[in-house]
Design a protein around this ligand. Sequence first.
Ligand SMILES: NC(=O)C1=CN([C@@H]2O[C@H](COP(=O)(O)OP(=O)(O)OC[C@H]3O[C@@H](n4cnc5c(N)ncnc54)[C@H](OP(=O)(O)O)[C@@H]3O)[C@@H](O)[C@H]2O)C=CC1
Ligand SMILES: CC(C)(CO)C(=O)C(=O)O
Length: 299
Amino acid sequence: MSASHWHILGCGAMGRLYAAQLSRAGLKVVLLPRTAPSGAAMAIDITGLSASHHALPWESPDASGPIQQLLVFTKAYDVAPALATVRHRLHDDSRVILMANGMGYAEELRTVAPALRPALGTSTQGAHRQGDGVVLHAGHGITRVGMPGVPHAPDWFAPLADALPDCRWESDINAALWRKLAINCAINPLTALHNCANGELGERPELATQVGELCREIAAVARAAGQAAALEGLETQVFEVIRATAANRSSMLQDFSAGRRSEIDYITGFVLRQALQFGISAPRNEALWRAVKARETAA
Ligand SMILES: NC(=O)C1=CN([C@@H]2O[C@H](COP(=O)(O)OP(=O)(O)OC[C@H]3O[C@@H](n4cnc5c(N)ncnc54)[C@H](OP(=O)(O)O)[C@@H]3O)[C@@H](O)[C@H]2O)C=CC1
Ligand SMILES: CC(C)(CO)C(=O)C(=O)O
């Protein structure tokens, strides 16, 4: 197996979009769906910003063949359980990239695969499932990948970077993850609880005030966690994202609307765990976390 061969675990909207992009670039892709599809190949139809049709090979996650390179695109809370189902197929040289939003799941993985040293990634591409294997490619974006303590891209990264639309090695991936986390933390719970598009957070003064308060709390926690530089100018950046994605319904609002579990425990929940560790109070974030959990429990 070569650096051009990728298995994909988490074959939802993003997993399918990335599978299509890798396959279109000539890389060999094998899907690892949770539920076995009916035929020998799995159909993927991409519509929207890019359009393509693929029939890709699939394997059951608990099959026996080795996995050399694995891209994981499950929700944050599924990363460790999903990895557990393919653990027996990974070896010392396997490369694994965890792409879920939020933070904290890499630590959970240590109980499942203590020796695994995964790369971490974050994407600003956008995709939604439309049923029957169809995925709407809704937003162009950047894929950032890195490994703590590895400033320069390793050789295996080149085929991936060439295949994806805008894929970069991050010398400080933790800083990139904190930036995305902070943006999601300031936008997603508020939009989910107020059932509003991202743009309303900038237009309604009472919500804009809350965004500012959340940003200041998150920045204080990040400072204590040694990530002050990563979150410099956070409030300005959050309002830029709010403007740029004004018509978007955030992923947490979409989870609420579809009655799915949200990723709050890996977004606001992660910030609160860090706050506790460093003895910092974050009452605005805590109130939102409680409200989201209460809504999820009631659903
Ligand atoms: N959608 C987007 O635009 C963006 C999403 N992200 C992040 O990417 C991640 C994935 O998002 P998205 O693709 O939208 O989510 P989806 O819910 O569409 O896809 C998640 C997939 O993971 C699969 N899965 C869960 N558990 C397992 C398991 N044990 N074994 C195998 N497969 C499993 C699910 O299987 P099944 O189909 O059987 O439920 C599903 O297909 C999230 O963290 C999200 O926040 C980041 C940027 C943008
Ligand atoms: C940037 C933002 C808030 C865009 O909607 C997002 O990443 C999400 O909805 O999860």
